[in-house]
Ligand binder design. Sequence first.
Ligand code: PHE
Length: 366
Amino acid sequence: MTDITSQTEAALAAIAAAGSLDALEAERLETLGKKGWVSLALKTLGGMSPEERTAAAPAIQSARAAIAEALDAKKAALEAAALEEQLARETIDLTLPAVAAPKGSVHPVSQVMDELAEIFADLGFAVATGPEIEDDWHNFTALNMDETHPARAMHDTFYFPDKTNEGRDVLLRTHTSPVQIRAMLDQGAPIRIIAPGRVYRSDSDATHTPMFHQVEGLVIDRDIHLGHLKWTLETFFKAFFEREDITLRLRPSYFPFTEPSVEVDVGYSTEGGRRVVGGHGDAPGHAWMELGGSGMVNARVLEFAGLDSKEWQGFAFGLGIDRIAMLKYGMNDLRAFFDGDPRWLQHYGFSPFDQPTLSAGVGARA
Ligand code: PHE
């Protein structure tokens, strides 16, 4: 009896002194564990006579209750202390300025894509996307360039060795025009989208890189004509270059997927060796520069995309994003765009905080 009392007191003292959850667990095993002395003492009750049991049981059971209660209380206290300690250790001072953080910058191409989306959103255009790994049906056939069409050869296409399940050739898209087909098949008409993205051609010099960026535009409705195209592009370029004296010239051209087709030129002058858009290309000291192709969507393309060409018509355009970025921000070598040189990015990049908005200006420099 006194044995149990003193053993219990010793156990309670050890529990109170336990400095960690591990130490507490060791103490639990020694008392209430399968081979702990309290458990063993409880087992001896079974072999006792009823009288002995009545005498011995209360002491053992109250020892077990006292120890179990002490273990629970200590465990809760230790866990609370551990949490407190962790909370204190993991504090972050959110008021600290991030001076030591590396300074990233937004690439001019990303910046210009954001500017494009912002300006065209204001004109009611949604942004559409399509895969960079395309099949030749979307990239060529549905755009009125069948297998034997000479324009296919002009595109310097990168082909994959694979074929699609439908037996189509797989390639890196050579222009953003396949997104026209995908958008029309997906959404039907009327439609008003732009599709900015990467395109690929096997071509490389100071003004050509094997990967470059285009933005496609597509408007399909019931009474669309070339005048709408010219107004849309003029309105876009005025907002993009942030000047009113933008003059466009539509020059007759040929694309298999538009009829009629026009190339879009903008008037510019040269100031200090740098091309500056603005003014009439035929004015003294001015010239025309090509910005992209466009035209009225060919009726055959509408039919390929599942639209009735008697009911629907529209225009499409494709502009080189890198070209207009170079013009706006005064870079002269396209290859530097894709070198990833931090000095170039530091110089020409944009602050991530400098989001283009129509109200604050789509071209504000950081
Ligand atoms: N896809 C053409 C190209 O890459 C450009 C274009 C787009 C022309 C839409 C007309 C209409 O050259």
